[in-house]
Design a protein around this ligand. Structure first.
Ligand code: ATP
Length: 531
């Protein structure tokens, strides 16, 4: 029953997205292309607002994060170093009877093409062995197709941040701890794209790599490493924070971000990956899950990735990714010798573990780990990283699902009728305000409405609509999720007396309350509400 309801809800959402121009199937006139989606007029603005708010909160409004916009196609060695060439794959299985192809770990969830009402695993056809399927899209660079011209469309935006780490740090004049943020397209040849835009083959990501000192350096500088005392936001960053505090800080900052665009904490779930689920280099990963109509699924992952990524690029490119930390250099000689030995040894062990896993011979790994530990004592280390990685399309879908609401509203004659209203937070709503002259055949009303539109447009997305009954126009904007409507009537023109001259009706989408507002107060009032 619950499943049918959520299926129905999803159908309504998909239909509204198409009808109102949020999301269309890509290449629809040719039958569509599985896993690819286009954003229509409302969707494009919604998505843009989400990205802009992310960019503002993660870079522009912070001192300690710099931005980057890198290319989609990069040197293929980047993907070798990151591990994507060798391990970025899903287990794929074919059904020999119904010919369905699906991820072995999702066999219970994919409809059988021959009997769509049944799941694939109910088709008793013989299955092939699971085999790895690399999700990266391949392409060639240059006019001649050879093995040397092979390149990939990036499957994530993060790697460019590591590859440009030194350039950004130097030009932005940053010191660890600091972050680099990037958003942009990513491509994954998903075996089974599904759930509308949730799992697409082309999508956008918003990623931050926040570089921090290794705990041994923090301990050498501040004497101790602070650890989380309990749940909740740990407050302003402190010099004695190790990776655990930074990780908790970013989980909480990201939840705040969602709260600020209308996804309350109650719509989210934190999933802390179990030790056996973690990648070998990861110390902790928290997935922020959202309750989509089709199930509670990942919106964003926040991972503490140790120094794995920069270390890999250091090894594979031969370029140093170490930073020099003046405070560490100054602090080290002041430590008592036993402490020095302990910290040096702990650091050496961690480096040894990484180098061995990376495939170095025991001898080479030991030599390098020893050298790295010596470098630490002089103030050099490869930074560790905390990575909050979010998907723009998944978030846009979450916002659309969360905003969708059916309720009752009075029509022209005061009779209640059902309405669909998209309750977007004003901060991300595609249109902030709609301007309506009461009648389109009264030139004075139209002129005044156009004047108000011109007043508002430089500051916010404002939509002009003069067609049809006013109630109908309100309903259209409710479906678009426009939080405010401004109606210009005969009172505005002063026809019913001087006291209402130059006032308009301001209607609020969710409560449907209307108030009379002076035109002179309109702009500051709206700016306050959409900020
Ligand atoms: P999943 O397990 O759902 O495939 P993932 O763990 O592989 O996701 P990451 O590699 O951590 O995802 O990517 C970070 C974010 O990018 C995800 O949290 C998600 O929001 C987004 N993302 C990843 N794959 C897709 C996709 N195929 N379509 C849309 N968004 C995606």
């Amino acid at each position: 029953m619950a499943e049918t309801k959520s299926g129905e809800l999803m159908e309504k959402i998909v239909s509204l997205c198409k009808r109102r121009g949020f999301i269309f199937q890509s290449s629809e006139i040719y039958g569509g292309l599985n896993g690819f989606w286009d954003y229509g007029p409302l969707g494009a603005d919604l998505k843009r607002n989400v990205k802009e708010f992310w960019w503002n909160t993660m870079t522009r409004w912070r001192d300690d994060v710099a931005g980057l916009e890198a290319t989609i196609i990069m040197h293929p060695k980047i993907w070798k170093a990151s591990g994507h060439v060798d391990t970025f794959s899903d287990p794929m299985v074919d059904c020999k009877t119904c010919k369905a192809r699906f991820r072995a770990d999702q066999m219970n969830e994919i409809p059988c093409p021959q009997k769509p009402s049944k799941m694939s695993n109910e088709c008793h056809g013989e299955k092939t062995e699971a085999r790895p399927f690399n999700l990266m899209f391949e392409t060639t660079v240059g006019p001649i197709k050879t093995d040397d011209s092979l390149a990939y469309l990036r499957p994530e935006t993060a790697q460019a941040i590591f590859a440009q780490f030194k350039n950004v740090m130097e030009t932005a004049r940053q010191k660890v701890p600091f972050g680099i943020a990037q958003m942009g397209k990513a491509f994954r040849n998903e075996v089974t794209p599904r759930n509308f835009t949730f799992r697409s083959r082309e999508f956008e990501q918003m990623e931050l790599e926040f570089f921090i000192r290794p705990d041994e350096a923090v301990e050498a500088i501040t004497g101790t490493v602070a650890r989380p005392l309990g749940p909740g936001h740990p407050g302003e960053p402190q010099p004695n924070w190790g990776w655990q505090m930074w990780h908790q800080y970013w989980v909480e900052e990201r939840i705040r971000f969602y709260e600020n665009i209308g996804l309350p904490r109650t719509t989210l779930e934190e999933y802390w990956q179990k030790p056996e689920e973690l990648a070998h280099y990861a110390r902790a990963t928290v997935d922020l899950l959202f309750k989509f109509p089709f199930g509670t699924q990942e919106l964003e992952g926040i991972a503490a990735r140790s120094d794995f990524d920069l270390s890999q690029h250091q090894r594979c490119s031969g370029r140093p990714m170490t930073v020099f930390d003046e405070e560490l250099k100054a602090a080290w000689p002041k430590l008592d010798p036993a402490r020095q030995t302990e910290l040096r040894d702990r650091y050496r062990q961690a480096r040894l573990k990484y180098l061995t896993k990376a495939g170095e011979t025991v001898e080479a790994a030991e030599k390098q780990a020893q050298a790295d530990a010596e470098a630490l004592t002089k103030g050099y280390y490869v930074p560790h990283v905390i990575e909050p990685s979010a998907g723009v399309d998944r978030l846009t879908l979450a916002l659309i699902s969360n905003a969708y609401c059916e309720d009752q509203a009075p029509d022209e004659k005061g009779k209640l009728e059902s309405r669909i209203v998209m309750r977007f937070h004003p901060r991300i709503a595609p249109l902030k305000v709609a301007v309506f002259p009461l009648l389109k055949n009264k030139p004075e009303l139209v002129a005044k409405a156009r004047e108000i539109l011109a007043l508002l447009r430089p500051h916010m997305t404002a939509f002009y609509d003069e067609a049809g009954a006013i109630g109908r126009r309100y309903r259209r904007q409710d479906e678009a999720g426009t939080p405010f409507g401004v109606t210009i009537d005969f009172d505005t023109l002063g026809e019913k007396g001087p006291e209402l001259k130059d006032t308009v009706t301001l209607r609020e989408r969710d409560s449907m309350k209307q108030e009379r507002v002076r035109i002179a107060d309109l702009l500051p009032l709206l700016l306050e509400k959409i900020r």
